[in-house]
Write a protein that binds this ligand. Structure first.
Ligand code: SAH
Length: 234
């Protein structure tokens, strides 16, 4: 089974914090409008599309995609607690075009192959034992002509210094122990897994945090945090 229980428990323990914009997961809230806009732009809009969000957590991105468009969004994660939080938040917000399920990506892709116009998988690959298998599942769940999005953290000295040492221990942007250096993913590795799954790279973006202004912005620099977009040939 492609899951690291310790990793899933780590996020489940934070489940009550998912929607606390000033809590331990605040950086995801800060980043969300930027990644939402990038995803919508690369996917040629989300309106009326079917969207799968793999490793959705409490639904920060999934709910925003459902709110921003008439897209039909399904969020999946293996942390039951997070799925419960996500469901409750969507219910309270009265959002109808959003569903959540506790299921593995591979299983969902086997049940619903070639079913989604857009698949997103953000900040999750660096937490699973076999990330290539998640990329493969994302590709399988995607309709031909669809677009897949992944975000993760690069693996190099600068990424170690900024995304682990600075973000976890100096600035406290994310909880200590969130990321393990050897689990980080180079863009070339992610692109190779996607290529092996039949996907074509269409765009990339860096995600940069400025510690002075405490702002996140998108840039061309993929040295540390980054996102890649792929299309599945029609
Ligand atoms: N994608 C969300 C949450 C990122 S946090 C966002 O960007 O806002 C990482 C998420 O991956 C957590 O919710 C965790 O429970 C989930 N996760 C970790 N391993 C997983 C696995 N093997 N299968 C599904 N989800 C997993």
């Amino acid at each position: 089974m492609n899951r690291d229980t310790a990793e899933i428990d780590k996020f489940a323990a934070l489940a009550h914090q998912w929607w606390d914009e000033n809590g331990e997961l605040r950086t995801l809230h800060q980043l969300n409008p930027l990644r939402l806009a990038w995803i919508a732009q690369q996917a040629d809009g989300l309106a009326d599309k079917t969207v799968l969000d793999i490793g959705c957590g409490g639904g920060i991105l999934a709910e925003s995609m459902a709110k921003a468009s008439a897209a039909s969004v399904l969020g999946i994660d293996l942390a039951d607690k997070s799925i419960k939080v996500a469901k409750l938040h969507a219910l309270e917000a009265g959002i109808k075009n959003l569903r959540y399920q506790s299921i593995a990506a591979e299983e969902l892709a086997a049940q619903q192959p070639a079913s989604f116009d857009v698949v997103t998988c953000m900040e999750m690959l660096e937490h699973v034992p076999d990330p290539a298998s998640i990329v493969q599942a994302a590709a399988a769940a995607l309709k031909p002509g669809g677009t897949a999005f992944f975000s993760t953290i690069n693996r190099n000295a600068k990424a170690w210094a900024l995304a682990i040492v600075a973000a976890e221990y100096v600035l406290g942007l994310v909880p200590k122990g969130t990321h393990h250096y050897d689990k980080l993913v180079r863009p070339s590795e992610l692109a190779a897994w996607a290529r092996a799954a039949g996907l074509d790279l269409i765009a990339s973006s860096g995600v940069e945090y400025n510690p002075l202004t405490r702002r996140v912005r998108l840039s061309a620099n993929t040295d540390v945090n980054y996102m890649l977009a792929f299309s599945k040939p029609a």
